[in-house]
Design a protein around this ligand. Structure first.
Ligand code: BTN
Length: 254
Protein backbone atom coordinates (compact mmCIF):
# COMPACT_ATOMS: atom_id res chain seq x y z
CA UNK A 1 0.00 0.00 0.00
CA UNK A 2 1.26 3.44 -0.91
CA UNK A 3 1.26 5.93 1.92
CA UNK A 4 -0.77 8.99 0.82
CA UNK A 5 -1.04 12.20 2.81
CA UNK A 6 -3.68 14.55 1.51
CA UNK A 7 -4.07 18.22 2.37
CA UNK A 8 -7.00 20.50 1.64
CA UNK A 9 -4.53 23.35 1.44
CA UNK A 10 -0.75 23.51 1.54
CA UNK A 11 1.91 25.88 0.19
CA UNK A 12 3.43 23.36 -2.21
CA UNK A 13 3.33 19.56 -2.13
CA UNK A 14 7.02 19.50 -3.15
CA UNK A 15 7.92 21.81 -0.26
CA UNK A 16 5.85 19.76 2.21
CA UNK A 17 7.49 16.53 1.05
CA UNK A 18 10.90 18.15 1.47
CA UNK A 19 10.03 19.34 5.00
CA UNK A 20 8.82 15.90 6.04
CA UNK A 21 11.94 14.24 4.66
CA UNK A 22 14.19 16.75 6.38
CA UNK A 23 12.37 16.50 9.74
CA UNK A 24 12.77 12.74 9.66
CA UNK A 25 9.00 12.19 10.07
CA UNK A 26 8.57 10.84 6.57
CA UNK A 27 8.27 7.12 5.87
CA UNK A 28 11.46 5.48 4.58
CA UNK A 29 9.58 4.12 1.62
CA UNK A 30 7.73 5.79 -1.26
CA UNK A 31 4.91 8.10 -0.28
CA UNK A 32 2.73 10.76 -1.87
CA UNK A 33 1.76 14.23 -0.72
CA UNK A 34 -1.37 15.44 -2.46
CA UNK A 35 -3.33 18.69 -2.21
CA UNK A 36 -6.66 20.13 -3.26
CA UNK A 37 -5.11 23.58 -3.33
CA UNK A 38 -1.61 25.05 -3.24
CA UNK A 39 -0.93 28.60 -2.06
CA UNK A 40 2.62 28.61 -3.41
CA UNK A 41 2.72 25.96 -6.13
CA UNK A 42 6.13 25.92 -7.73
CA UNK A 43 7.00 25.38 -11.38
CA UNK A 44 10.16 25.05 -13.39
CA UNK A 45 12.54 27.95 -13.97
CA UNK A 46 11.30 29.61 -10.75
CA UNK A 47 7.74 29.96 -12.12
CA UNK A 48 4.62 29.54 -10.03
CA UNK A 49 1.96 26.89 -10.63
CA UNK A 50 -1.64 28.01 -10.13
CA UNK A 51 -4.56 25.66 -10.00
CA UNK A 52 -8.11 26.31 -8.74
CA UNK A 53 -9.35 24.41 -5.68
CA UNK A 54 -10.29 20.73 -6.20
CA UNK A 55 -10.24 20.82 -9.99
CA UNK A 56 -6.92 19.28 -10.91
CA UNK A 57 -4.38 16.78 -9.63
CA UNK A 58 -1.42 18.19 -7.72
CA UNK A 59 0.90 15.84 -5.93
CA UNK A 60 4.46 14.93 -5.15
CA UNK A 61 5.52 11.32 -5.39
CA UNK A 62 8.55 10.66 -3.22
CA UNK A 63 10.63 7.91 -4.75
CA UNK A 64 13.60 6.11 -3.20
CA UNK A 65 15.41 4.64 -6.19
CA UNK A 66 17.65 1.67 -5.73
CA UNK A 67 21.12 2.60 -6.94
CA UNK A 68 20.26 5.34 -9.42
CA UNK A 69 23.39 7.29 -10.23
CA UNK A 70 23.15 11.07 -10.32
CA UNK A 71 24.43 11.10 -13.89
CA UNK A 72 21.34 9.07 -14.88
CA UNK A 73 18.82 11.36 -13.22
CA UNK A 74 17.15 12.19 -16.55
CA UNK A 75 15.64 8.69 -16.32
CA UNK A 76 13.33 10.05 -13.62
CA UNK A 77 11.97 12.65 -16.04
CA UNK A 78 11.62 10.04 -18.73
CA UNK A 79 9.79 7.59 -16.48
CA UNK A 80 7.42 10.22 -15.07
CA UNK A 81 6.64 11.97 -18.36
CA UNK A 82 5.98 8.72 -20.21
CA UNK A 83 3.71 7.65 -17.32
CA UNK A 84 1.53 10.75 -17.63
CA UNK A 85 1.47 10.40 -21.41
CA UNK A 86 0.42 6.75 -21.08
CA UNK A 87 -2.29 7.69 -18.56
CA UNK A 88 -3.75 10.22 -21.03
CA UNK A 89 -3.60 7.78 -23.94
CA UNK A 90 -5.40 5.22 -21.75
CA UNK A 91 -8.11 7.88 -21.30
CA UNK A 92 -8.59 8.01 -25.07
CA UNK A 93 -6.68 11.26 -25.61
CA UNK A 94 -5.02 11.65 -29.01
CA UNK A 95 -1.94 13.67 -30.00
CA UNK A 96 -0.26 13.23 -26.64
CA UNK A 97 3.42 14.08 -26.57
CA UNK A 98 6.24 14.99 -24.24
CA UNK A 99 7.73 18.42 -24.56
CA UNK A 100 11.36 18.10 -23.56
CA UNK A 101 12.29 17.59 -20.89
CA UNK A 102 9.10 16.63 -19.03
CA UNK A 103 6.00 18.66 -19.87
CA UNK A 104 3.13 16.70 -21.31
CA UNK A 105 1.28 18.20 -24.25
CA UNK A 106 -1.87 17.47 -26.18
CA UNK A 107 -1.38 18.94 -29.65
CA UNK A 108 0.48 22.18 -28.92
CA UNK A 109 -1.20 22.66 -25.54
CA UNK A 110 0.20 21.95 -22.12
CA UNK A 111 -1.81 19.65 -19.87
CA UNK A 112 0.85 18.68 -17.33
CA UNK A 113 3.99 20.12 -15.78
CA UNK A 114 6.54 18.54 -13.48
CA UNK A 115 9.03 19.74 -10.93
CA UNK A 116 11.47 16.98 -10.04
CA UNK A 117 13.75 17.72 -7.09
CA UNK A 118 16.44 15.24 -6.15
CA UNK A 119 18.46 14.71 -3.03
CA UNK A 120 21.87 13.31 -3.68
CA UNK A 121 24.26 11.25 -1.58
CA UNK A 122 27.67 10.70 -3.18
CA UNK A 123 27.14 9.45 -6.73
CA UNK A 124 23.59 8.28 -6.04
CA UNK A 125 20.10 9.74 -5.79
CA UNK A 126 18.92 9.31 -2.21
CA UNK A 127 15.36 10.29 -2.99
CA UNK A 128 13.48 12.09 -5.71
CA UNK A 129 10.46 14.34 -5.20
CA UNK A 130 8.46 14.00 -8.39
CA UNK A 131 6.00 16.90 -8.31
CA UNK A 132 3.23 16.64 -10.87
CA UNK A 133 0.45 19.06 -11.76
CA UNK A 134 -2.04 17.77 -14.31
CA UNK A 135 -5.10 19.68 -15.44
CA UNK A 136 -8.15 17.49 -15.16
CA UNK A 137 -11.50 19.30 -14.71
CA UNK A 138 -10.46 22.93 -15.19
CA UNK A 139 -12.30 24.65 -18.01
CA UNK A 140 -11.35 28.32 -17.66
CA UNK A 141 -7.73 29.39 -17.52
CA UNK A 142 -6.11 32.74 -16.81
CA UNK A 143 -5.47 34.82 -19.93
CA UNK A 144 -1.76 35.03 -19.26
CA UNK A 145 -1.14 31.31 -19.74
CA UNK A 146 0.04 30.78 -23.31
CA UNK A 147 -1.41 27.36 -24.10
CA UNK A 148 -3.18 25.49 -21.29
CA UNK A 149 -5.58 22.61 -21.66
CA UNK A 150 -7.20 19.96 -19.45
CA UNK A 151 -8.74 16.53 -19.77
CA UNK A 152 -12.22 18.04 -19.58
CA UNK A 153 -11.42 20.60 -22.26
CA UNK A 154 -10.38 17.76 -24.53
CA UNK A 155 -13.05 15.15 -23.85
CA UNK A 156 -15.96 17.26 -22.55
CA UNK A 157 -16.34 14.93 -19.56
CA UNK A 158 -15.95 15.59 -15.84
CA UNK A 159 -13.67 13.30 -13.85
CA UNK A 160 -13.55 11.96 -10.32
CA UNK A 161 -10.16 13.09 -9.05
CA UNK A 162 -9.59 10.15 -6.70
CA UNK A 163 -10.23 7.66 -9.49
CA UNK A 164 -7.91 9.50 -11.87
CA UNK A 165 -5.24 9.82 -9.20
CA UNK A 166 -5.31 6.06 -8.54
CA UNK A 167 -5.03 5.26 -12.26
CA UNK A 168 -2.15 7.66 -12.78
CA UNK A 169 -0.25 6.58 -9.67
CA UNK A 170 -0.34 2.95 -10.71
CA UNK A 171 1.33 3.74 -14.03
CA UNK A 172 3.78 6.17 -12.44
CA UNK A 173 4.87 3.68 -9.77
CA UNK A 174 5.41 0.96 -12.35
CA UNK A 175 7.42 3.27 -14.56
CA UNK A 176 9.61 4.46 -11.70
CA UNK A 177 10.31 0.90 -10.59
CA UNK A 178 11.16 -0.01 -14.15
CA UNK A 179 14.10 2.40 -13.99
CA UNK A 180 16.14 -0.21 -12.16
CA UNK A 181 14.86 -3.12 -14.24
CA UNK A 182 14.74 -1.74 -17.78
CA UNK A 183 17.91 -0.88 -19.55
CA UNK A 184 18.41 2.78 -20.33
CA UNK A 185 17.91 2.22 -24.07
CA UNK A 186 14.40 0.85 -23.64
CA UNK A 187 13.37 3.85 -21.57
CA UNK A 188 15.01 6.21 -24.06
CA UNK A 189 13.23 4.56 -26.99
CA UNK A 190 9.89 4.92 -25.24
CA UNK A 191 10.59 8.56 -24.37
CA UNK A 192 11.71 9.46 -27.88
CA UNK A 193 8.69 7.79 -29.45
CA UNK A 194 6.53 10.33 -27.58
CA UNK A 195 8.73 13.37 -27.98
CA UNK A 196 7.26 16.58 -29.41
CA UNK A 197 9.30 17.98 -32.28
CA UNK A 198 11.58 15.02 -32.89
CA UNK A 199 12.57 15.16 -36.57
CA UNK A 200 9.93 17.87 -37.04
CA UNK A 201 10.38 21.57 -37.58
CA UNK A 202 9.12 23.90 -34.84
CA UNK A 203 10.12 27.37 -33.64
CA UNK A 204 12.58 27.78 -30.80
CA UNK A 205 14.15 30.60 -28.86
CA UNK A 206 17.65 30.47 -27.44
CA UNK A 207 19.00 33.59 -25.81
CA UNK A 208 17.54 36.35 -27.96
CA UNK A 209 17.51 34.29 -31.14
CA UNK A 210 14.30 32.82 -32.60
CA UNK A 211 14.81 30.11 -35.20
CA UNK A 212 13.27 27.12 -36.90
CA UNK A 213 14.68 24.01 -35.34
CA UNK A 214 14.43 20.27 -35.63
CA UNK A 215 15.14 18.04 -32.63
CA UNK A 216 17.54 15.38 -33.80
CA UNK A 217 18.40 13.67 -30.56
CA UNK A 218 18.37 13.69 -26.77
CA UNK A 219 21.10 11.93 -24.82
CA UNK A 220 21.05 10.06 -21.52
CA UNK A 221 21.94 13.24 -19.60
CA UNK A 222 18.90 14.94 -21.14
CA UNK A 223 20.92 17.21 -23.43
CA UNK A 224 19.01 18.15 -26.55
CA UNK A 225 20.51 18.11 -30.05
CA UNK A 226 18.67 20.73 -32.05
CA UNK A 227 19.36 21.41 -35.70
CA UNK A 228 18.94 24.90 -37.07
CA UNK A 229 16.69 24.25 -40.08
CA UNK A 230 18.20 27.09 -42.09
CA UNK A 231 21.90 26.41 -41.59
CA UNK A 232 21.65 22.65 -41.11
CA UNK A 233 23.99 22.99 -38.13
CA UNK A 234 23.24 21.22 -34.85
CA UNK A 235 23.95 22.37 -31.30
CA UNK A 236 23.50 20.77 -27.92
CA UNK A 237 21.31 22.47 -25.34
CA UNK A 238 20.72 22.04 -21.64
CA UNK A 239 17.25 22.57 -20.19
CA UNK A 240 17.46 26.31 -19.51
CA UNK A 241 19.23 27.15 -22.76
CA UNK A 242 16.39 26.74 -25.23
CA UNK A 243 12.62 27.14 -25.30
CA UNK A 244 9.91 26.05 -27.67
CA UNK A 245 8.03 29.13 -28.90
CA UNK A 246 4.36 28.79 -28.10
CA UNK A 247 1.97 28.93 -29.71
CA UNK A 248 1.63 31.68 -32.38
CA UNK A 249 4.49 30.78 -34.69
CA UNK A 250 3.87 27.11 -34.21
CA UNK A 251 0.13 27.21 -34.79
CA UNK A 252 0.37 25.99 -38.37
CA UNK A 253 2.03 22.86 -37.01
CA UNK A 254 -0.75 21.94 -34.58
C1 BTN B 1 6.07 23.44 -14.56
O1 BTN B 1 5.46 23.13 -15.58
O2 BTN B 1 6.67 24.50 -14.49
C2 BTN B 1 6.10 22.48 -13.40
C3 BTN B 1 4.85 22.56 -12.57
C4 BTN B 1 4.83 21.56 -11.43
C5 BTN B 1 3.61 21.74 -10.57
C6 BTN B 1 3.45 20.66 -9.55
S1 BTN B 1 1.90 20.75 -8.71
C7 BTN B 1 2.42 19.60 -7.52
C8 BTN B 1 3.87 19.90 -7.23
N1 BTN B 1 3.99 20.90 -6.17
C9 BTN B 1 4.54 22.02 -6.62
O3 BTN B 1 4.73 23.06 -5.92
N2 BTN B 1 4.83 21.93 -7.92
C10 BTN B 1 4.49 20.61 -8.44
Amino acid sequence: MLNEIKYKIIDSTNSEAQRQLQNGVAPKEDFVIRADFQTDGRGQRGNTWHSPNEQNLMFSYVFFPSKLEVKNQFMLSQAAATAVARYLINNGVENVSIKWPNDVYVGMKKICGMLIENSVSGHYIKYSIVGIGININQVNFPENLPNPTSLTRITGRLYDLDTEFAALIEILRNNLYEISRLNADTLMKRYKSMMLGLDRMLIYRSGGRVFKGIIRDVDYRGMLTLEDAETGLSDQYAFNEVNLVIPEQNKENI
